[in-house]
Design a protein around this ligand. Structure first.
Ligand code: TXA
Ligand code: MG
Length: 321
């Protein structure tokens, strides 16, 4: 068992990170969405090490990150034209495509599914690591199972210090929430996880209807209701409820509407009121609240509009009990 995790920075430490990946170790690295925990997707033991470090169930598959559209065929078969359309439009970027897998892709990566999810991320650090190591890199978010996703290197260490070889400190992840996942194997493309790229934009680019997969069951194996959770208990309250509440000094608030509350000022995190800017700081706000060891954090219920859909998806899981 490693006792601590090296902190690397690129470009200086790129050769060291590449050699760790090539010898089957896990390295956390910034993507534009959140930090990912990367390992060689074609090395069975390396992929198993990701599951072990996170404490993640084996049935919950991993996204394979590649550096070029030409690499899609290494991992996926029967790739429909619309997958190339999306890849050319959005990659590198926060869109993950679910495709039929090539037979050789290991069940450990896909959680036993007949499909594989692919993405070209846009962060320079991650692209350099994929290209220089010359392989596809499996990477879930770099946090313990069900815990808050990390948007900087400190968040990664709060969760995985001593459990992984290294983290590449590339500063803050710009987008702040996980990629949109879309299944393009079905007649009507299905959004499996809402994210930074929204339904409208996808249907315009594809020139066809796009639906949300919402069959009442667990659609994406990892989409359990309790997810992205801080250690601090969370409750959702409306603005009016927050404004009329009397808070104890051990309670905190995360809000997006400017408001003055009876909560201690240090325990009130006021986030920006646009969805894109809120996303950039939301997980960091949860990490900050956890450090204060409060008895409860109240999150202002978000607007029920399309623009806030991906964030409502995350907030409802953060608050699920
Ligand atoms: O932005 C992101 O997507 C980040 C960065 C690191 O790329 N990754 C990320 O990975 O959020 P993870 O493992 O935390 O979430 C990926 C989700 C999981 O819920 C997983 O079940 C689903 O994608 N997934 C992956 N492969 C799948 C497959 N073959 N079939 C169905 N769902 C799949
Ligand atoms: Mg995750």
């Amino acid at each position: 068992m490693q006792t601590n995790t090296s902190i690397l920075t690129f470009p200086n430490d790129l050769p060291r990170a590449v050699s760790l990946i090539q010898s089957g170790e896990c390295v956390a690295v910034k993507t534009e969405t959140v930090y990912g925990l990367a390992a060689d997707a074609s090395n069975e033991n390396a992929v198993k090490a990701i599951f072990k470090a996170k404490g993640r169930p084996a049935s919950n598959p991993l996204i394979v990150h590649i550096a070029s559209i030409d690499d899609m065929e290494k991992w996926a078969r029967d790739i429909p034209e619309r997958a190339y359309l999306l890849a050319k439009h959005y990659w590198p970027g926060p869109l993950s495509l679910l495709l039929k897998k090539q037979p050789w892709v290991s069940d450990t990566v896909t959680g036993g599914q007949d499909t594989v999810v692919l993405r070209i991320p846009s962060s320079d650090d991650f692209l350099a690591l994929i290209a220089s190591s010359g392989r596809g890199l499996a990477a879930p978010s770099a946090n313990k199972y069900k815990f808050i996703s990390p948007t900087n290197a400190e968040h990664v260490l709060a969760s995985l210090n001593g459990r992984i070889s290294a983290v590449v400190d590339g500063g803050k992840a710009e987008v702040g929430i996980e990629s949109t996942i879309i299944d393009v194997t079905t007649d009507t493309p299905l959004i499996l996880r809402p994210g930074p790229i929204d339904h409208h934009s996808l249907s315009v680019v594809l020139g066809c209807d796009v639906k949300y997969k919402n069959d009442g069951g667990v659609t994406v194996p990892g989409s359990v209701l309790q997810h992205y959770q801080p250690n601090t208990p969370v409750k959702l309250l409306s603005r009016t409820e927050l404004e009329s509440k009397t808070f104890s000094f051990e309670e905190g608030v995360i809000s997006f509407s400017p408001m003055s509350l009876s909560v201690m000022q240090d325990n009130h995190i006021q986030l920006p009121s646009t969805p894109a800017e809120f996303s950039q700081s939301f997980y960091d706000a949860l990490h900050q609240i956890d450090k204060k060891r409060l008895t409860c954090v109240f999150i202002e219920a978000l607007p029920n509009t399309d623009a806030w859909l991906a964030l409502n998806n995350r907030v409802s899981r953060v608050a699920a009990s």
